[in-house]
Ligand binder design. Sequence first.
Ligand SMILES: [Zn+2]
Length: 93
Amino acid sequence: MPMPIYEYQCAVCGRRFAHFWRSMQAADQNPSPDCPQCQSPETQRVLSQVAVLGSLGGMTPTEQRRQEAQQQRLASITSKEQIDKLRTTKKKD
Ligand SMILES: [Zn+2]
């Protein structure tokens, strides 16, 4: 089963972060996760830039490099948050 990763942005401090969900249903039924930086619940799901750029078709080399850098950044953020999430959800579920 695919485990979706959504990107969120905090309305208070502007921090962008990726959140790892256990299922599509969990992502749709739960409120946005709190900001990992300021713990504000005022976060909104944002369209991934990767998805948006991909739908537009061709990218310039600069855009490709930026996308790769962002994917690497997201991957590193996600793996850390994924561990935290798994730790907390184990008790809850
Ligand atoms: Zn914040």
